[in-house]
Design a protein. Structure first.
Length: 97
């Protein structure tokens, strides 16, 4: 869970899982949320019996290592070598005649 916020309009809960951020907003009409008196108690899920539950998801960016790419593609290198071989053969034929 990322955060929990309660106000007079309802409760907003945000959580993050696998790069996705999910936001829940629970509106309450007649229910009151009281603060926990004992600090040893754990936080229980509170869902109003008369209210609306909204859910919104959006993706966040995940940074990864940069990937190195070659300056020349394999196809371009093959074409250049074929062209150089063709030029050598043309020069040899020109020198023979």
């Amino acid at each position: 869970m990322i955060g929990l916020r309660a106000n007079s309009h309802g409760i907003k809960i945000a959580e993050m899982c696998n790069g996705h951020v999910t936001i829940y907003f629970i509106t309450e009409q007649s229910e009151t949320i009281s603060m926990m008196a004992d600090k040893n108690e754990y936080l229980k899920e509170i869902l109003p019996s008369t209210g609306l539950l909204f859910q919104q998801e959006f993706q966040s960016f995940i940074l990864s290592k940069p990937k190195l790419i070659p300056l020349k593609s394999v196809t371009l290198q093959k074409l250049e070598t074929m062209q150089q071989e063709a030029e050598k053969k043309a020069k040899e034929q020109m020198s023979k005649t």
